[in-house]
Structures are given as structure tokens and as C-alpha cells.
Design a protein around this ligand. Structure first.
Ligand SMILES: Cc1cc2nc3c(=O)[nH]c(=O)nc-3n(C[C@H](O)[C@H](O)[C@H](O)COP(=O)(O)O)c2cc1C
Length: 333
């Protein structure tokens, strides 16, 4: 065995443009360097053969912190924690997006086109929100809700929640594409929508069923035992394709922008919920692996950023609260 080893989280990426070198990056060492392909191949061949030779590149990479003497390998328990959850890629993503446009090294966007409508259940048109409903009032009245009226919410409420709350995902409204984001919904108690897990398609305003069945207990467990899903009407999961996002939004501040956008989605969903007489619990904290299994995400690319559990507040229900939207709801609901 050679006396040195690659530092944890070292990533090698081919440079697509120009001379076609290899970029090595390591978020722990905080280093990113471009090396010649043949020099790197010599180094890797030497490592594989176990025969030590004096290679200039090896010395250079030791100096830059990419290679560590084997007897000095750190016990990176914190990194293990990240790796198990698949978040180690974010460290590299951050390093990349911070300085060098990710466009050069990441794969092209794969979510650019809306899927065909096969198997999508279209939701009814959203209601018009009353003109006299003030944004400020909705915001001031909003409070996080953890226990909901155990009540099936109307389909128009659910449809309008997704329509207004996720309006930024819709191509027709935004010049900027947001297809790197994907919304999943666990439906528990919505009229005319069978309980189960769905993917929401913003442009079609429809749902694709992924798994049918009651998921209250499972989502509660995923949210570290939060009780909100046990009485709520639905939980919305906002996921992002990290490679896609880095490709579409390269450069310094990319990751920061990603989190700000996720927060904005959360705000808009909560405001939409409030305007529709509903309320919610925002919670990004979740059991990553269980959530990824449930949503069958491509682990290497997609990450869940945020969850919002939404329903009607128990107090409003008990008070017989008449919400501001009732005047404009469809008569058949
Ligand atoms: C970004 C964010 C993260 C949150 N994370 C959690 C969480 O992990 N667990 C939890 O119980 N509540 C979480 N919450 C909900 C907050 O605890 C809740 O919003 C807070 O009590 C403030 O109440 P309010 O929303 O009524 O102002 C989170 C809220 C936000 C906005």
C-alpha cells in the first residue's frame, strides 16, 4: 500500500471545455486545482501498483492537502455523519459554485421539460382570492400549527394551496426556470384525492400518484416524531436536483440562493394556506434516508430542502371560523 491516501471528499471532475484537464476539489482542504490528465493517470497507476516513485504531482497534491500520509488519516466522524446522509456532495457543490461556474463541470439540466400528462390527475381550477383580503393581515394572523382539526379539507382549498403556494414553479408565470425544484405531496385528508404520495406538476396543475395509502405515521416518523402529520390534511416536500440547480445557477452565492429560494417557497405556501383558511408547520429537519426512500429520490442528485405540513387549525374549526375565501369558493364543493 502506498503511504499516502486521498483526503476524504476529494472529487475529480473532467473539464469539458479548453484543454480538457481534470479539476480536483476538496471542501475539507478548501482547495481546487486543475491538473493534466496524463500526470493524474500516472499518479493513479502508481497508487494502484503500490510502487513508490517520485512524482511531481504527488508532492504538489500533498502540499495542497489532497493527499494525506496514511498514518495521519484523520478520524472524520463528522464527515461520516454527512456522508451517510448524502450531504457530503453539498460541501463540494458549495466549493464549486462559490468560485468557478459549475456550468463547466456539471451535467446538463435534466429536468428542463415538463413531463407528459399521462397518469396525471388534474386538480380543479384554483379559486380567485378575494380582492379585499390583505396580505398584511394574512401574515400577521399566521401562526405555526402543530395540531389540526381532524377534518377533510375541500379540494378547492388543496388545489388553490398548490396553485398559489407553488406559483414560482410554473413556467408560464416565471421567465426564470425553477424546474430544478420538485414538489411531492403526501395527502392525508383532501376531498376527492385518495390518500397517498403524489408528485405535483405545476404546469399541468396535476398530481401523479406515486404510492397510495395513509402515510400519516410514516411522515410523522420522518419528521422526527412531529405530531402535525397525524391530524393535518397534507405534507408538501420540496426537493431540488442539486446538479441541475448548480448548472442553471452557477457562481458565487449559488448555494445561498438555493436556500433563500427554498425559504421563499415556504413563505408562499404558508401565505397561500393562510389566505385559504388553513395553516401549517414549516420543518426542514427530517430523517433523510427514510424520506428519500419514501419519495424514491435519486440519492446522488436530489435533496429534500423543506417540508410544510398543512391543514385547518383546530381552533378555527371549533370556533366555526368562516374563512375569507368562502365567498368565492365553487358551489359544488
Ligand atoms: C426554517 C424553519 C425551521 C424550522 N424547524 C423546525 C423544527 O425542526 N422543529 C419544529 O418543531 N419546528 C420547526 N420550525 C417551526 C418553528 O418552530 C415555528 O415556526 C416557531 O415556533 C415560530 O412560530 P410561528 O411560526 O408561529 O411564528 C421551523 C420553522 C422554520 C421557519
Amino acid at each position: 500500500m502506498p503511504p499516502w491516501s486521498w483526503k476524504e471528499l476529494t472529487v475529480m471532475s473532467p473539464v469539458v471545455e479548453g484543454d480538457g484537464g481534470i479539476i480536483l476539489s476538496n471542501p475539507i482542504a478548501g482547495q481546487r486545482v486543475e491538473v493534466e490528465v496524463n500526470a493524474l493517470l500516472d499518479l493513479l497507476a502508481m497508487q494502484a501498483s503500490g510502487v513508490e516513485k517520485a512524482l511531481q504531482l504527488q508532492e504538489y497534491l500533498i502540499e495542497r492537502g489532497f493527499l494525506t500520509e496514511e498514518n495521519q488519516l484523520e478520524l472524520l466522524s463528522d464527515i461520516e455523519h454527512w456522508k451517510k446522509r448524502g450531504w457530503d456532495q453539498v460541501l463540494d457543490y458549495y466549493l464549486w459554485s462559490h468560485v468557478q461556474p459549475a456550468r463547466q463541470v456539471n451535467m446538463p439540466c435534466c429536468n428542463s421539460d415538463p413531463v407528459t400528462d399521462i397518469n396525471i390527475k388534474r386538480l380543479t381550477a384554483p379559486i380567485d382570492l378575494p380582492e379585499d383580503l390583505l396580505l398584511g393581515e394574512v401574515i400577521l394572523q399566521r401562526r405555526t400549527i402543530r395540531r389540526y382539526a381532524e377534518k377533510i379539507i375541500a379540494e378547492w382549498q388543496f388545489s388553490s394551496l398548490l396553485w398559489y403556494g407553488l406559483c414560482r414553479l410554473r413556467n408560464s408565470i416565471n421567465s426564470e426556470r425553477h424546474h430544478s425544484f420538485v414538489a411531492y405531496v403526501a395527502v392525508y385528508a383532501v376531498k376527492e384525492v385518495e390518500p397517498g404520495l403524489y408528485r405535483y406538476y405545476p404546469d399541468s396543475h396535476g398530481l401523479e400518484p406515486l404510492a397510495l395509502g395513509m402515510l400519516r405515521e410514516q411522515v410523522s416518523r420522518i419528521l422526527f416524531g412531529q405530531s402535525a402529520p397525524l391530524t393535518a390534511a397534507c405534507t408538501i416536500f420540496l426537493a431540488v436536483d442539486l446538479n441541475d440547480y448548480a448548472h442553471c445557477h452557477p457562481g458565487e452565492g449559488s448555494l445561498r440562493g438555493l436556500f433563500i429560494k427554498a425559504g421563499r417557497f415556504g413563505h408562499e405556501l404558508l401565505i397561500a394556506a393562510g389566505a385559504l383558511g388553513l395553516g401549517g408547520l414549516p420543518a426542514p429537519a427530517l430523517r433523510e434516508r427514510e424520506a428519500e426512500q419514501m419519495l424514491t429520490l435519486q440519492k446522488a442528485r436530489e435533496r429534500i430542502l423543506y417540508t410544510l405540513t398543512i391543514g385547518e387549525s383546530q381552533r378555527r374549526h371549533e370556533d366555526g371560523y368562516s374563512n375569507a375565501c368562502e365567498c368565492s369558493r365553487p358551489t359544488d364543493s
